[in-house]
Design a protein around this ligand. Sequence first.
Ligand SMILES: [Zn+2]
Length: 123
Amino acid sequence: MSSVRPGNPGATRPCPHCRETVLESAAVCPACRHYLRVDAGADSPQAPALTPLRIEGSIRHPADGEPWEYTVVVSICNDRGVEIARKLIGVGAMNPNEQRTFTLSVEAVTATAKGHGKGGVQH
Ligand SMILES: [Zn+2]
């Protein structure tokens, strides 16, 4: 999904628990919430995550009428308007008078590139 080299901001890896693509720097998988590193916060405390975007909204089916089926899609566009990611999050159905709440949040952390300068990453 990403062509960013390991150790650089934006580098990704698959979560060993749910196979979702997550940030290499993530200590906890945002999808399944399993821990990804046992040393989280031990040597390089990460700045607390900002949430520069958070949208929450609810829809309620009217008390009468046929059931609804819904589809939740999230897409990400870069600054040229080119779609770089598009994901089907979930589908479902709502019966009359039922409610669903949807929350979209974008978390951001300061990325400190490891191996600054020449030489790259050393393990
Ligand atoms: Zn996971």
